[in-house]
Structure formats: structure tokens, C-alpha cells
Design a protein around this ligand. Structure first.
Ligand code: AMP
Length: 113
């Protein structure tokens, strides 16, 4: 897979506000936040979209969810937050390097728009 915007952030070629990092992923603040807290949790291994993830990605995907919970606790938003994964351009995906949006700090409507 060609380098994505997020790979360049992971490699420190583009600056970002990094709030969490471990051996498999990092979380940055979204440049265009849709809530008072809006993070992007990004695996260092690029997968273009969730629907292309493979069985061998199972541990990584599980790691991301556990990391999301850990980050929420660290930021004190664990009482209420929302995770979003856009899959495909029509869903709103604009960066084709899988990532989980972590949103918090306001009330969210259901169903989502
Ligand atoms: P998606 O539309 O689900 O692919 O999410 C991509 C997200 O990346 C959007 O919410 C953008 O605001 C965000 N984004 C784009 N460029 C940057 C950047 N340089 N730093 C942080 N977030 C970014």
C-alpha cells in the first residue's frame, strides 16, 4: 500500500497532536473536530478499510478497541464517548488508512446522521 497521510504522521513526516502511542497504534487529535474531544486512533500497519481487513488482523483490531477504552479512561471521557469507523467514500471515509474516530464532550443523537 502506498504511504497514506496517516503513515506520514506515524513516521513524523507531518506534524500532529499525538495524545497516545503504543507499539501498534497511535491516537491524534482530528484537525477538524466534530466534538469537543475528537481523536483518530490509527494502526501503524496500514489497512485501507475495515471491509478489507483479514482474519490475521483480528488481534490488531481487538487491540484498537482496547486502546480506545484505555485512552477514554486516560482522558476522563470513559463515561460517554462514541466510536465511528467510516468504511468507503459514501460513508464519509476520506483517508484510506483504517482509523477509529473517538468522539466525546457533547450529546450525540441516535440514529447518527
Ligand atoms: P474519515 O473521513 O473517516 O476518513 O476521517 C479522516 C479524518 O482525518 C477527518 O475527520 C479529517 O478531519 C482528519 N484529518 C485529515 N487530515 C488530518 C491531519 N493532518 N491531522 C489530523 N486529522 C486530519
Amino acid at each position: 500500500m502506498a504511504d497514506t497521510l496517516f503513515t506520514r504522521i506515524i513516521n513524523r513526516q507531518i506534524p500532529a497532536d499525538i495524545v497516545y502511542e503504543d507499539e501498534l497504534c497511535l491516537a491524534i487529535r482530528d484537525i477538524n473536530p466534530q466534538a469537543p474531544v475528537h481523536l483518530l486512533l490509527i494502526p501503524k500497519q496500514p489497512i485501507d478499510m475495515l471491509s478489507n481487513a483479514k482474519p490475521e488482523d483480528q488481534a490488531l483490531l481487538g487491540h484498537l478497541l482496547l486502546a480506545a477504552g484505555r485512552i477514554a479512561r486516560q482522558l476522563g471521557i470513559d463515561g460517554a464517548f462514541r466510536l465511528v469507523v467510516n468504511n468507503g467514500a459514501d460513508s464519509g471515509q476520506s483517508v484510506f488508512h483504517i482509523h477509529i474516530h473517538i468522539l466525546a464532550g457533547r450529546r450525540f443523537r441516535w440514529p447518527p446522521g
